[in-house]
Design a binder for this molecule. Structure first.
Ligand code: FES
Length: 120
């Protein structure tokens, strides 16, 4: 599914835009001008990676400092152990769109339990 995010002009380099999808997805515009989209929720606990620090093509979780690769989703070191999903980013007519991955997300247990409770 292709989801509109925001106009490219509204997302300066170094900034992140969080889509309130379920689970949420964040688009990062790096200092080098690249665009990446990954699941917003850290795979360790319920932290928003949109609030993290971006350096190169890595984002550091604001809670316990595991870093996720924006290109591949891989994690560099514990406490997070699982990668985040990555999503394709497309820019058309100045608008950023995210093509959501169909892979299963690696959400932390507390978030999975909350979503399951919400569905019950
Ligand atoms: S919540 Fe992200 S590393 Fe712990």
């Amino acid at each position: 599914m292709m989801i509109p995010a925001c106009p490219l002009a509204d997302l300066p380099r170094g900034e992140a835009f969080r889509l309130e999808t379920d689970p949420p997805v964040t688009v990062f515009h790096t200092d080098d001008g690249e665009l990446f989209a990954i699941d917003d929720t850290c795979t360790h606990q319920d932290a928003s990676l949109a609030d993290g620090w971006v350096e190169g093509c890595w984002v550091e979780c604001p809670l316990h400092a595991s870093k996720f690769n924006l290109k591949t989703g891989e994690v560099d070191a514990p406490p997070a152990k699982l990668p985040v999903r990555t999503h394709e980013v497309v820019v058309q007519d100045g608008m950023i769109y995210v093509q959501l991955s169909t892979a299963a997300p690696n959400l932390p247990h507390c978030v999975t339990a909350r979503l399951a409770g919400a569905l019950a």
